[in-house]
Design a binder for this molecule. Structure first.
Ligand SMILES: NC(=O)C1=CN([C@@H]2O[C@H](COP(=O)(O)OP(=O)(O)OC[C@H]3O[C@@H](n4cnc5c(N)ncnc54)[C@H](OP(=O)(O)O)[C@@H]3O)[C@@H](O)[C@H]2O)C=CC1
Ligand SMILES: CC(C)=CCC[C@@H](C)[C@H]1CC=C2C3=C(CC[C@@]21C)[C@@]1(C)CC[C@H](O)C(C)(C)[C@@H]1CC3
Length: 418
């Protein structure tokens, strides 16, 4: 469908019908997971234990807490940053500037939460509020996406995202019409991608750990592992915050319901699923198996970080001594593609590392339930779909050079498998 605005990007996610289905399916799945995690049988594929009424979902206190959290993270975002980074070049040849203070926000949040807990803040009561909090976050994401859609109506054409301007209201609302919606220098997409959801995720994990300690005297080894691994992942994302500026979400995708809901609700409430499961279904875990799982997480992290850093270093400065010796192929755009090092092993080595880590996050929950493996299953689907979208974009950008890269590096994510 050609858009009235002139953008001819092919429709993704199954077009308007797919977008409408996802807008319904994603929140329903999130609430299903929250309900099933606390039920006795914890069956991913079974029906939820019961259907919650509105009085169990809606709480003005949960909404207030959700908005206070967003306000706190926004205030931390506005604090002076150790560095201001420039994003990729935009259509109008300009570059946006982004504060690099995400790790500082994580540390300050930890300090504030630590002070709060020592002053009697009942953090371990948070798990009891997950359902109304998830509802408040979903509501916030929906209203926020509506405001973003309206804001895009008055944005200049150069500010539009390549994909979210088909002319179909549902599809554009889902994908997002504006690429980098901002008020003054406050960038909503960049803020949401890394702050409230990711930091909220580790806070929920911590609350679940504390509640387990209250219930059973001390947190289990499995709970420690899940908390440690996911804290490392979030800490890494914020430490290497600048790297997010070269991801598909920032460069290509508009800011609509998909990312607003994904960042503000989906990430904190479904990515904490393993810790939720462990609170209600304690799992025995000995040190030998725990050490093996730590090794799996370390291997995944090594590949994930190595691949992401290698590409970011290369994109920032191809003559950097750490990447200058790597073999590359030239493209008509002037940008080169790495064909050795991590990016010569498979075409998305960072996805491979991420998937190995996802496995390590589920293993502490044992092998008798499918529920804690939901993240691994969803993430595999997300990355396979994402890889396919990225391949199409790269083919469009690099043409013959991309074909040559695919010939030299035939596997996409898993060597000799896929
Ligand atoms: N936990 C989660 O829920 C999620 C995590 N992620 C993680 O986010 C990270 C970023 O992922 P994503 O944005 O999808 O994609 P990538 O970081 O893999 O970026 C893809 C881009 O990299 C560049 N590129 C591809 N091949 C090469 C090459 N051989 N040499 C140099 N540049 C190359 C291309 O852009 P160009 O050439 O224009 O630079 C391409 O568009 C990943 O580690 C992923 O695992 C992603 C989604 C969800
Ligand atoms: C199913 C659904 C609601 C779709 C939205 C997908 C989003 C949840 C993800 C899209 C890309 C993401 C990234 C991260 C989190 C999940 C989302 C928002 C990320 C911030 C996680 C931490 C990583 O280190 C990262 C910074 C590379 C990563 C960037 C992409």
């Amino acid at each position: 469908m050609a858009s009235p605005q002139g953008s001819r990007a092919p429709l993704e996610f199954g077009g308007p019908l797919g977008a409408a289905a996802l807008m319904l399916l994603l929140p329903v799945t999130m609430f299903h997971l929250l309900l099933v995690a606390r039920s006795g049988p914890a069956r991913l594929l079974g029906p939820p234990p019961y259907l919650p009424g509105l009085e169990e979902l809606w709480s003005p206190w949960a909404l207030l807490l959700c908005l206070t959290w967003l306000g706190l993270q926004a205030a931390l975002y506005l604090l002076p940053a150790r560095k201001v980074a420039e994003g990729q070049e935009l259509k109008d040849k300009s570059r946006l500037r982004y504060p690099i203070n995400g790790f500082q926000a994580l540390m300050l949040t930890a300090l504030l939460v630590g002070l709060g807990v020592s002053a009697g803040l009942p953090l371990s009561a948070l798990p009891e509020m997950l359902l109304p909090l998830a509802f408040a976050a979903t509501l916030t994401a929906f209203i926020f996406s509506l405001l973003l859609y309206l804001k895009a109506l008055v944005a200049p054409a150069s500010a539009r995202a390549p994909g979210g301007n088909s002319g179909n209201l549902i599809y554009d609302f889902f994908l997002g019409r504006e690429l980098n919606p901002r008020i003054c220098s406050f960038d909503f997409k960049y803020f949401c991608e890394l702050r409230p959801g990711l930091i909220g995720w580790v806070l929920i994990n911590l609350a679940l750990l504390m509640q387990e300690a209250e219930l059973r005297g001390s947190p289990s080894l499995a709970m420690w592992l899940v908390n440690g691994f996911q804290l490392l992942y979030v800490g890494d994302a914020l430490w290497y915050e600048e790297a997010v500026l070269t991801t598909m979400d920032i460069i290509h995708d508009g800011f609509g319901f998909m990312l607003a809901f994904g960042d503000l609700a989906w990430v904190p409430f479904t990515y904490s699923l393993q810790a939720q499961f462990l609170l209600y279904h304690p799992q025995p875990l000995g040190w030998p198996l725990a050490s093996f799982i730590c090794l799996i997480n370390a291997v995944g992290y090594y590949i994930f970080r190595g691949a992401n850093s290698q590409k970011n270093t290369f994109r920032k400065n191809p003559s950097d001594p750490r990447v200058a010796d790597l073999e590359t192929i030239s493209t008509a755009t002037g940008r080169r593609l790495l064909v050795s090092g991590w990016w010569g092993m498979v075409r998305h080595p960072n996805y491979l590392g991420d998937l190995i880590m996802a496995l390590a996050w589920s293993l502490p929950c044992g092998v008798f339930h499918l529920l804690p493996y939901f993240y691994l299953l969803y993430f595999t689907a997300l990355l396979v779909h994402r890889e396919d979208r990225d391949e199409r974009q790269c083919l469009q950008k690099y043409g013959l050079a991309w074909h040559e890269y695919c010939r030299r590096v035939p596997y996409r994510i898993v060597p000799y498998v896929y």
